[in-house]
Design a binder for this molecule. Sequence first.
Ligand code: MLT
Length: 409
Amino acid sequence: MAQMNENYLKLPGNYLFSEIARRVNEFKNNNPEANIIRLGIGDVTRPLPQAVVEAMKKAVDEMGQPETFRGYGPEQGYDFLLEKIVEHDFTSRGINISQDEVFVSDGAKSDTANFQELFGTGNILAVTDPVYPVYVDSNVMAGRTGFIKENNQFDKIVYLPCTEENGMKPSLPTGKIDMIYLCFPNNPTGMTLTKEELKKWVDYAREHKSIILFDAAYEAFIQEEGVPHSIFEIEGAREVAVEFRSFSKTAGFTGTRCAYTIVPKDVKVFDTKGEAHSLNPLWLRRQTTKFNGVSYPVQAGAAAVFSTEGQQQVKENITYYMENAKIILNGLKNAGYKVFGGTNAPYIWLKTPDNMGSWEFFDKLMHEANVVGTPGAGFGANGEGYFRLTAFGTRKNTEKAVERIITKM
Ligand code: MLT
């Protein structure tokens, strides 16, 4: 009789975005005439930049010719892509990252979920609350947590509240934490940290020998000067941080899949004898065993993101989405909603009116305005009473959604 991994029994029934999809499909089946606008899951609507499409087509043609065909690629990613990532994201910003510290993958979701494998199950982890549910659920699956409590928080996870009172910026933990998940610009609140604020986390991690798992998937949406794009802009971060980045939202790769994770060789974990081990070769060992790399046409497309035309086209898409963010932000603000984020991130975090529960608001919005968003409670206990809208819709749908929310809610 095969035994199950009972940690899975600790999880709530469905993954957040699957639960939302289930509710939307059910509503659609019962109301086939409803014209639903989806501003729930952060999925892009603009097509791939033309430079990316052309590079991919060329790569596909190469795969069809015996002289240029490629089989298995390097698990870490092709040099032509690694080089561009290092130059564009780090060297040009004065940050020292080498090519063998970059790992190309099929998504920041899978990397943030898988990376915890390198850590002992006895480690104490901290997450912000609200939080992208993948960090929590993957640690639950691995057995690093206890059961879920009445307040919707898991035993053995330290939750760092992000509330209106603290400007949605988490306070440093009081005790010792081993693994800290941070995501800035933040999903779901859309808020950012300044360099000084982020430095406090790096200093904390250096002092306590903790590791920061920094999700920078939304860095390309930063509009304001002075907001850090990478944790490695902070002195000392190379010793304590791993950074997750993605082409998904930046360049429209949600369906195509390509991301990368930076694992500096200076980041160390310790065995039970207290001996230090670099995380970089451990992640390489993990990836070479469990992953065979991203397909050549997709990496060729990703490399084209860094070309002059690619950069221009990506910028146009980001400007388009950030204009949507402004439309939602201003529209709701003028209608009397309390809104956060949306300035340096594609997410708008709003307070539900009249203290309405966030799932209740979700149902009401879907039924009365035919607009789908994401209930704050799905991101954690402190998300209750809030609601997330994404700026990734089309312009027309974004304008229509705001109008419907104002007139029907
Ligand atoms: C979200 O809506 O939070 C994102 O789409 C999730 C993801 O990128 O996996």
